[in-house]
Design a protein around this ligand. Structure first.
Ligand code: PMP
Length: 407
């Protein structure tokens, strides 16, 4: 394996020079959001300094610059996901909006009472609540794929849930609460064999592994830019082109129409059909810059480095008496979820913050899976490629010292 210089990469992220409580910031909250490289920050500033305009419909130079940059960003997302066409990439606010779009556009118009939707026990609330609401409203049955005690999906149990009434499987490729990497390709294959459609929640996967939609073959896949070193307020929905063009619009207004009279409305095809109103132009372009940054380093190299770092941190954390690691699947990415005997999770979080280490404590918007594992909340450090073994060492030392004080 090649040499991966996380120390050098760290220099690309201005915020990682911050100090917190007099200590260098250690950003271990990457599952909540990631930090932004200078190239992304500068690209957004460049847009406002040189290109800012509304897009598509004007005759002037800046409109052309803004439109070109926006559509170039769409092409970067297309290449990043290995989609067939830019027409398969819809800009949305993030993973949450992408899922709601599919639930309201496809779900509302295509599902009827008696149909069944399957989600997994691992899902983030963003991939539960829209389906649960739709199910309650329309008399659809929501079924749940169980997990084993390590937090991995049970494929045998999943197979038993599939039947002729199954219309959709919506599941995450990486669990934000436990870090479990699910057998996504297999889940998609089994769904399609049963005649159902599939939505993959890629919010936690795209920053850690190559996500190739032609290989995985979902009908839809969503992700958020802010978890991929890009800005907040922008993300993408991938959908198969033919399917997107069969779907009803989501929101409606300008930009999504081809022709309007008071008698009849003709809609654009995808992606414009789903991009009503003025979109988040600057941040879409910023997302494009984030994809350029990640692509330059190489997503495979990133995944490999992070895997080593996660193994290193897992091994050290497990050795500390009183630590209960939650989520122990063989295949994991980025996330360590744990409790420390003798301390509340908030106390652990505060102790880490005193050392400059940012982690999330709480239920991580994934209450069903934490309850399945027998807890309400955890402490959750989550790693990215700008984290180093030295960062992990500071974290481990802090937990060890806490342990010494109480026991
Ligand atoms: N799914 C998963 C697995 C997530 O981790 C998150 C964010 N925590 C979301 C969906 C929702 O993403 P966003 O809040 O950016 O829409």
């Amino acid at each position: 394996t090649g040499h991966f210089d996380a120390h050098l990469i760290k220099k690309d992220f201005p915020i990682l020079n911050e100090t917190v409580n007099g200590k260098p910031l250690i950003w271990f909250d990457n599952a909540a959001t990631t930090q932004k490289p200078k190239s992304v920050i500068e690209r957004i500033a460049y847009f406002y300094e040189h290109e800012n305009s509304n897009i598509h419909s004007a005759a002037h130079e800046l409109a052309a610059r803004a439109s070109d940059a926006y559509e170039a960003a769409r092409d970067k997302v297309k290449v990043f996901l290995n989609a067939n066409s830019v027409n398969e990439i819809v800009f949305v606010r993030g993973a949450t909006e992408g899922i709601n779009l599919v639930a309201q556009s496809w779900g509302e118009h295509n599902l009827v009472a008696g149909d069944e939707i399957i989600v997994s026990n691992l899902e983030h609330h963003a991939n539960i609540v829209p389906w649960k609401r739709l199910a309650d409203k329309k008399g659809i049955k929501l079924r749940v794929i169980p997990v084993d005690d390590d937090g991995q999906i049970l494929l045998d149990e999943y197979a038993k849930l599939l039947n002729s009434k199954t219309r959709l499987i919506a599941f995450t490729q990486v669990s934000n609460a436990l870090g479990t990497v699910t057998p996504a390709k297999k889940i998609v294959e089994m769904a399609h064999a049963a005649g159902a459609k599939v939505l993959i929640d890629g919010a936690q996967s795209v920053s850690h592994m190559k996500v190739d939609v032609q290989d995985l073959n979902p009908d839809w896949l969503v992700f958020s830019g802010h978890k991929l070193f890009g800005p907040t307020g922008i993300g993408a929905l991938y959908g198969k082109e033919e399917l997107l063009n069969e779907m009803q619009p989501y929101q409606s207004g300008g930009n999504m129409i081809q022709d309007v009279t008071f008698e009849e409305i003709k809609y654009h095809k995808a992606p414009n059909r789903f991009e009503a109103g003025t979109g988040n132009i600057a941040d879409a372009i910023g997302l494009g810059a984030a994809i350029d940054y990640v692509t330059k380093i190489g997503i495979d190299a990133i995944g490999q480095y992070e895997h080593q770092l996660l193994d290193y941190a897992t091994k050290l954390l497990k050795e500390i008496p009183g630590v209960r690691l939650i989520g122990t699947a063989a295949h994991k990415a980025s996330v360590l979820s744990f409790n420390l005997q003798g301390y509340t999770n908030d106390q652990v979080g505060q102790a880490l913050n005193r050392e400059g280490i940012a982690v999330r404590t709480g239920h991580h918007c994934a209450q069903p899976i934490l309850r399945r594992m027998g807890v309400e909340t955890t402490v959750r450090p989550s790693l990215a490629f700008y984290n180093t073994t030295q960062d992990v060492d500071v974290f481990i030392k802090t937990i060890r010292e806490l342990k010494k004080v109480r026991f």
